[in-house]
Every structure is written in structure tokens, then in C-alpha cells.
Design a protein around this ligand. Structure first.
Ligand code: SAM
Ligand code: SF4
Ligand code: SF4
Length: 371
């Protein structure tokens, strides 16, 4: 792959396409099986509940762009909890079994526990509880872990890029201490979360020296650590292929210190490649979004903070479902809109990354669409 640099760009001068989809003429009930035009069945929904964050991770919301004048969405532009739940139910009708709340920082959304309490009781079409989870930077977990658990959340993912305080403060760029995130993880354990994952974005030359200390810290614990390749999401993170450390290199590095064995996927199409320590001291995973595209198994739809449907993390356009809700369209009408949009989906950006047709692509920001 050729080396490329994505420059820092002020998003306010650019506008990602979005439009209000038309209601199909023929309205059909959902079947629970919805395939896109590459045969990928809709299965997961990621919901961004806020476009705001108290961190300024350099790879996601760099300070230079997301400054005090940045035009965040106003309260009236956000989907209400009732609207989120209504859309989630329509997606479940199409076969969605897994919902992830994200952002921005989802714990900044006021009364997020209330939304969790509304989503947690939902059942999949086969009658199982919906697999509901949330990704957080962990900064508010000490305060919120118990109420999230009480509201019905069972799984949680915490992002943590370093155990070294100086490196961590530099990466979050708001001088947030790593000890507070570690304390947040401890709070989640105390609250009774047994399914906790930790995600580390690896940036070569920035935090790759932290791979072994992180592996060492989470070995012998029930927490599964996963390494994510630094991605060219959005248009403002200054992405550079030279800063990507491949998952293969991450695994090699760990294996040299702590021998690893490959594990079978939990299910076909799982995006995480699983490994276990040969001495039985736990599991780690790698997510190779850049070096080993997994588009062929990508079954995720995304719902932005203001209710637009996106078909890919690297999408250039969104479909305004909120407008349809607020125009008073029925569930059946919206369900058919979603079916039509998903049916036409052909996105596979990661397989095309670096090709001429993808250069200068105007992508939506991850903090807005939800990671
Ligand atoms: N604020 C929450 C957090 O950080 O966990 C949730 C939203 S964040 C956008 C979701 C995930 O995306 C985090 O694990 C973050 O590390 C990851 N992420 C953000 N920018 C990324 C990038 N350029 N490459 C890879 N992962 C990225
Ligand atoms: Fe905020 Fe998460 Fe993005 Fe960091 S990765 S800036 S914590 S939304
Ligand atoms: Fe899915 Fe788009 Fe990522 Fe491919 S690039 S795995 S289609 S989100």
C-alpha cells in the first residue's frame, strides 16, 4: 500500500452529503433477513448518542479542528431516546441482534442510563435478549458504572491506548490521567460487569512501545485486550500509512515475549482475530481494519447522533431517518426505507483503500457517526 498522508481539514468548510430518502411505493413487512447487494445480512447497529467528547484523541478529534468554535449539534438536532428506541425496534425487525452505543463519548449524553433501560429489554426476532453494549473512554466510569449496570447493560468496551501516564495524556490531549481510566475499569468490575473489553489503537511511533506493558497488565485477568490498527477515519486525523502498525506485527511482538496460540473465531465473520497465551493466562485480539479488510463480512449499519443512517465507517453520505420520523412516517414506511437502502448497499471501502478512486473521498467523522 502506498504511503499517504491525510491532511488536517476543518470540517466546517466541507459538507458530507445527506438526504431524506423517499418512501418506496410498495410497502412490505420486514422478514428479518435483509441482504445487501454483496450478500451481507444486516445484523448489527451502532448508535452514536452524542457528537461531543471530553477527550481530544489526536487520531479522532484533534484539537486543531474540534476547538471551542466547532459547531456541535444542538439538543434539538439529536435523536431523542424515544426516537432511538423506535428506530432500534425497526432495525430489530430486519434481523439486528447486536446494538452498540457509542459517540463521541456516550457517557456524556445526559441520562444515558435511561436509554439503556429502554433498550435492554428488547428481544431479537428469535426471542433472545438483544446484545447491548457500549464503548467508552472510561473517564466517567467510576461515576456511572453502577447505574449503567443497574439499567441493564451487561457488556462494556473501554478504550485505553497506554498505561504510561505521559503517553496517555498526550494521546487524549486533554491531560487526562491514565489512573482515572484504570479506576473506571475497576469500578465496572466492582459493579458486576464480567464482560469487559479494552481497545487499544496502536499508532507506530506514538504508543507501540506500550503493547507489551498493556499485554502484561491484562494477562491473568478476565478482561480481553484488543489491538486496533490506526485507521484513516474521517477527514481530520492526519492519517498516515507510515503510522500504522499491522496486527501481524503486534502479534509477532507479543509472541516473542508471551507465546501465543491462534483461537477459532466465536462465530463466522467475526472481525476480531483471537489469540490466547500459550500458558493459559488469557486472551487477546487484533482488529486489522487496514491491513486485512473485513468488508466481506461487514454486517453493520450506523445511526448518527442526529438520526442519519450510514452504511460504512467511511461513508460519504447519510440517509436522514430522523426527518422521516419527524414528518410522521409510520414504522412500516421507515422499515421499507431501511430495507431499500440496505438492499442497495455495496460499500467496501477498506478493500479499496489507497486506490485512486478513493483519494479525496469526503468521509464522515467517526465522532459523529460512532466508532
Ligand atoms: N469515546 C468512546 C471511546 O473512545 O471509546 C467511543 C467512541 S470512539 C470513536 C470508538 C472507538 O474508535 C474507540 O475505541 C477509539 O479508540 C476508536 N477510534 C477512533 N479513531 C480511530 C482511528 N483513527 N483508528 C482506529 N480506531 C479509532
Ligand atoms: Fe473521544 Fe473516543 Fe474519539 Fe477519543 S476516540 S476523541 S475518547 S470519541
Ligand atoms: Fe464495513 Fe466499511 Fe469497514 Fe468495510 S470499510 S468493514 S464496509 S465499515
Amino acid at each position: 500500500m502506498s504511503e499517504r498522508v491525510i491532511p488536517l481539514i476543518d470540517e466546517r468548510q466541507r459538507k458530507v452529503d445527506s438526504f431524506v430518502p423517499a418512501i418506496p411505493e410498495q410497502l412490505l413487512p420486514a422478514t428479518g433477513l435483509l441482504s445487501d447487494n454483496r450478500g451481507r445480512q444486516l445484523h448489527d447497529l451502532r448508535i452514536s448518542v452524542t457528537d461531543r467528547c471530553n477527550f481530544r484523541c489526536t487520531y479522532c478529534m484533534p484539537k486543531e479542528v474540534f476547538d471551542k468554535d466547532y459547531p456541535y449539534l444542538s439538543h434539538g438536532d439529536l435523536l431523542s431516546f424515544e426516537e432511538i428506541v423506535r428506530i432500534a425496534k425497526i432495525y430489530i425487525g430486519h434481523g439486528v441482534e447486536k446494538i452498540r452505543l457509542t459517540g463521541g463519548e456516550p457517557l456524556l449524553r445526559k441520562h444515558i442510563e435511561k436509554l439503556i433501560a429502554m433498550l435492554a429489554p428488547l428481544k431479537t426476532l428469535s426471542g433472545k435478549p438483544i446484545d447491548l453494549t457500549l464503548t467508552t473512554n472510561g473517564s466517567l466510569l467510576r461515576k456511572k458504572a453502577q447505574s449503567l449496570k443497574d439499567a441493564g447493560l451487561t457488556r462494556i468496551t473501554v478504550s485505553l491506548d497506554s498505561l504510561n501516564d505521559e503517553t496517555f495524556r498526550k494521546m487524549n490531549d486533554v491531560d487526562f490521567p491514565v489512573a482515572d481510566v484504570l479506576d473506571g475499569i475497576a469500578a465496572a468490575q466492582e459493579a458486576g460487569f464480567t464482560n469487559i473489553k479494552v481497545n487499544m489503537v496502536v499508532k507506530k511511533g506514538t504508543n507501540d512501545q506500550e503493547i507489551i506493558p498493556m499485554a502484561n497488565y491484562f494477562k491473568n485477568s478476565p478482561i480481553i485486550l484488543r489491538f486496533i490498527e490506526f485507521m484513516d477515519v474521517g477527514a481530520s486525523n492526519g492519517w498516515n500509512m507510515a503510522e500504522v502498525l499491522s496486527s501481524a506485527e503486534v502479534i509477532k511482538k507479543i509472541h516473542e515475549t508471551y507465546p501465543l496460540r491462534n483461537l477459532n473465531p466465536n462465530y463466522s465473520g467475526e472481525v476480531v482475530e483471537r489469540w490466547e497465551y500459550a500458558d493459559g493466562s488469557g486472551e487477546v485480539g487484533v482488529i486489522s481494519s487496514v491491513t486485512q479488510a473485513f468488508c466481506k463480512d461487514c454486517t453493520r449499519a450506523r445511526l448518527s447522533t442526529e438520526g442519519k443512517m450510514y452504511l460504512c465507517l467511511f461513508a460519504t453520505k447519510g440517509y436522514d431517518l430522523k426527518e422521516l420520523l419527524r414528518q410522521g412516517k409510520s414504522d412500516l414506511e421507515i422499515s421499507n426505507v431501511i430495507a431499500q437502502i440496505w438492499g442497495q448497499r455495496s460499500d467496501h471501502y477498506s478493500e479499496l483503500r489507497g486506490s485512486p478512486e478513493m483519494s479525496d473521498r469526503l468521509k464522515v467523522e467517526m465522532s459523529y457517526i460512532g466508532g
